[in-house]
Design a binder for this molecule. Structure first.
Ligand SMILES: Cc1ncc(COP(=O)(O)O)c(C=O)c1O
Length: 381
């Protein structure tokens, strides 16, 4: 059910990921998958274009909120209201809208390492950032709640949570999220939860049971969720994401913003979102199985070609975090590029952090093997 794209097909489908590298170089950097679209999504979007749909998007959410609520119910046993979504152009635009519109004034806590635009969007929203280092090499790498509390005590009133975590691939437990919620309640702080990777919780090694995803809003009703079908269904270019907010007054404020503050979403993306959330459960199940196999293959390849690498359990996402400091290169991503593979440098996620890379495993087994062997060759000198 998951169809691997050939190099030529991938180059046509994913112009950023594949267009950023010379022919012959393998792109294992940005979070896009070298797989064909889910047929139902492709059909729905192609059908809409054939019908001439290229006009402005409609008022309202065109059923995207109800479709997401159905997905959340079926997959996570969580039932958000169907009318609690505001459509936005992408997740980062949604975070910016939330920061500008409904988050309390004051600095914003950002756990590091983080998806780099988290840092940019805090600055764009005119907020001060309070970074909190997670230990990217700890097996657990949990949020340090004492440091979060210190930040709240110092005046911060918003925290950007990435659940599950990119780039660490970690799924926080319900208990851990409940403890964060309790802290946020005590300080009247607001958590903005980016859960774009929520549907990408993987099975455990070799098909065993994996961790359980907890939607943060299920433990903290005052939080705001920003999500999209786009990482799971490979549709980032269709520009549709959603903010989910349970407080009616805040929802009204989000819906009442001036058009130029939130107008960049696409009617084609809204169709893709509705179909992805509603009609693609079989494809989604095949995807997470396939990504689980890729993750298991990565573990074997790393054990045989990069035995001194330190890895983290990849519980979610298709983005693996490797600590390669044992090989003595401060910038293994630059070394890898010279040997035909583009991976993301760890310092993009935690400024100043040497010797780490993030590797995108959502490709074919053959390409993944080439990625790891080229990386190993690069580090061998
Ligand atoms: C945690 C996280 N948030 C947001 C995004 C990007 O989402 P969007 O393109 O909808 O802004 C990514 C992309 O990889 C991501 O990993």
């Amino acid at each position: 059910m998951i169809v691997d794209l050939s190099d030529e097909e991938a180059r046509a489908a994913l112009p950023l990921k594949w267009g950023a590298v010379e022919p012959g170089v393998l792109p294992a950097w940005v979070a896009e998958m070298d797989y064909a679209l889910a047929p139902a999504v492709a059909e729905a979007v192609a059908g809409a274009v054939r019908r001439g749909l290229a006009g402005y998007p409609p008022f309202g959410d065109a059923g995207v909120g109800a479709a997401f609520a159905g997905f959340a119910r079926r997959h996570w046993g969580w039932s958000p209201p169907e009318d609690a979504s505001v459509v936005v152009g992408d997740v980062i635009a949604g975070i910016r809208l939330v920061l500008e519109t409904i988050c309390p004034p004051g600095p914003v806590v950002v756990p590091l390492p983080c998806y780099p635009p988290f840092r940019d969007v805090v600055a764009l929203a005119g907020r001060e950032m309070v970074p909190i280092d997670l230990d990217p090499d700890a097996t657990d790498a949990a949020l340090d709640l004492e440091r979060v509390e210190a930040a709240f005590r110092g005046g911060a009133r918003t925290l950007l949570l990435c659940n599950p975590h990119n780039p660490l691939g970690r799924v926080p437990s319900r208990t851990e999220l409940q403890a964060l919620a309790e802290l946020a309640r005590r300080y009247d702080a607001r958590v903005v939860a980016d859960e774009i990777h929520g549907p990408l919780v993987l099975p455990g090694p070799h098909g065993t049971d994996g961790p359980v995803f907890t939607p943060y809003l299920d433990v903290d009703e005052r939080a705001v969720l920003v999500t999209s079908h786009s990482k799971t269904f490979n549709t980032a270019g269709l520009h549709t994401a959603q903010v989910v907010c349970l407080d009616p007054a805040d929802l009204a404020r989000l819906r009442g913003v001036l058009l130029p503050q939130n107008h960049a979403y696409s009617p084609l993306g809204m169709i893709a979102a509705r179909v992805a959330w509603s009609d693609c459960d079989d494809w989604h199940a095949a995807l997470v199985r396939r990504l689980g196999e890729q993750r298991d293959l990565l573990a074997e390849l790393v054990a045989s070609h990069l035995p001194d690498a330190r890895t983290r359990p990849l519980e979610a996402t298709y983005l693996a975090w490797l600590d390669l400091r044992a090989y003595g290169s401060d910038d293994p991503a630059a070394a890898a590029l010279a040997h035909g593979v583009k991976v993301a440098p760890g310092s993009d996620y935690q400024p100043g952090l040497p010797g780490h890379v993030r590797v995108n495993i959502a490709t074919s087994p053959d390409r993944l093997e080439a990625v790891v062997t080229r990386l190993a060759k690069a580090l061998a000198g």
